[in-house]
Design a protein around this ligand. Sequence first.
Ligand SMILES: *[C@@H]1O[C@H](CO)[C@@H](O)[C@H](O)[C@H]1NC(C)=O
Ligand SMILES: *[C@@H]1O[C@H](CO)[C@@H](O)[C@H](O)[C@H]1NC(C)=O
Ligand SMILES: *[C@@H]1O[C@H](CO)[C@@H](O)[C@H](O)[C@H]1NC(C)=O
Ligand SMILES: *[C@@H]1O[C@H](CO)[C@@H](O)[C@H](O)[C@H]1NC(C)=O
Ligand SMILES: *[C@@H]1O[C@H](CO)[C@@H](O)[C@H](O)[C@H]1NC(C)=O
Length: 450
Amino acid sequence: MASLVSLKVFIIALLEVISSSAQPLEARTVQRPLLSELPCSSDFGFSGELLGLMSGAIPDSDITASSSWNASYSASSVRIFSGSSWSPRVNENQWIQVDLGVFAAITGVIIYSDFGEVNYIKTFTVQHSTSGAANEWQNLTDEVGQTIQFEVSSEFWNGMTVISFPDALFTRFIRLSPTAWVGHIRLNMEFTGCRDIDGMLRLVGGDGHSGRVEVLKGGIWGVICDNGWDDQDADVVCQQFGLNEMGEATSLPLGEGEEAPFLMSRVTCRGTETRLVDCPLVCGSESLQCNSSRAAGVSCKPPRDVIRLVGGSSPTNGRVEIYQNNTWGTLCDTYWDVTDADIVCRQLGFSGAEEAKSGAHFGQGVGPVHMDGLACDGSESRITDCPSLCWEGTRCNHTQDAGVVCREGATLQKKESATGSGLPPHEFSVVTIDDYFFFSPSSDWIPPEF
Ligand SMILES: *[C@@H]1O[C@H](CO)[C@@H](O)[C@H](O)[C@H]1NC(C)=O
Ligand SMILES: *[C@@H]1O[C@H](CO)[C@@H](O)[C@H](O)[C@H]1NC(C)=O
Ligand SMILES: *[C@@H]1O[C@H](CO)[C@@H](O)[C@H](O)[C@H]1NC(C)=O
Ligand SMILES: *[C@@H]1O[C@H](CO)[C@@H](O)[C@H](O)[C@H]1NC(C)=O
Ligand SMILES: *[C@@H]1O[C@H](CO)[C@@H](O)[C@H](O)[C@H]1NC(C)=O
């Protein structure tokens, strides 16, 4: 019964976290391999599911504390709502480590400070290892190699902090070391992520839209033989990354000193698959011998004439950019008015335009100016259906880039593409959520026993 109540409070807590996580405290851009979507999810605003400290899926024997394991010192009390919290013994290395039992994707950790006492950790670091061997632990670092000090809500001690790692961590063993605390170290925790991750992809060595394709199987990232690799296969890869772009098959030699096993060969997608590993391929170990030793890659490109808004304050406004001739370009503001803006907004799925903006109101773009002198009559469904000065060429430069402010609200038609969201295409933001909430115990709330 107590655990049911606890579960309820836990869920309420997580819902609170979602509502406040809309304003990340810290966001930055990093160059890391692009990862395909995680194969599991929860409804609670973090990526992945709860990995098992709460449910008990991780057995007590998999949770160890301090630098050495001692059976007389059980660390199982680290479990969220276990009734007590973990605190390290005096004069001992303060690591607490968890064996997930399988190679998994870990997306973050939830820290629950001691309820009712002023004992909480302020900062901690994370280490991970695929074998758990003493010399194989690595610090979780940021993009410049600095060990990340994760922060637990410092203002309020009776809260739950949901921490998202900069990128999913692929590992089996994970451990956590408090580095600053108030009172005594008291801690309950849960990890978030996914267990069944075979078939995930990553795109390595490119700009986030192109690169070598790597596939995960049994805890190993491997490459794909380019034997028979074509655009139809590349398309499935681009879709699996959620890019909503057209795939072009490429082929890349493994770099000097780079080693990766070939895990797939003669991949023959039919185009309807949602994951690359669902495509037919040559089975068995022979397929691992790739004669050419060239690895399959992709270059994902937006479809021609797709549009997006850039440089605005929200997805509803910005400089209009259109993808033509393999490159993003802008529209010139000659004759630019709200009728033209209306077509752009509708094409992006908004109900219409509030304003047409001229003179690079949202900043100057780069690359070509693709269209000039637009004179839509309002009946068109796409901006490329509108008359424009296409025989004249354009003398415009980016000081005349056109922009729009679209009306929020009812989306009349589906958004054309993910690239229409206004986000720059080659960046992905990494957000470290550092939130807290107040408990507002309901009448049936029973405090956990300590
Ligand atoms: C385990 O901890 C107990 C109690 O602190 C201690 O007596 C015992 O010597 C420890 N055993 C090992 C192997 O360290
Ligand atoms: C991890 O970071 C700590 C402190 O930042 C450092 O002392 C230690 O050497 C690092 N370990 C590894 C394996 O890099
Ligand atoms: C590799 O080459 C050999 C001989 O040239 C051929 O028999 C075999 O089918 C090739 N394997 C693949 C995976 O292309
Ligand atoms: C397409 O781009 C190339 C350069 O990448 C340029 O030479 C060519 O003129 C462009 N074509 C059109 C129709 O804009
Ligand atoms: C851009 O065009 C405007 C008006 O046509 C002109 O005055 C300006 O000098 C041009 N700027 C550049 C950098 O070419």
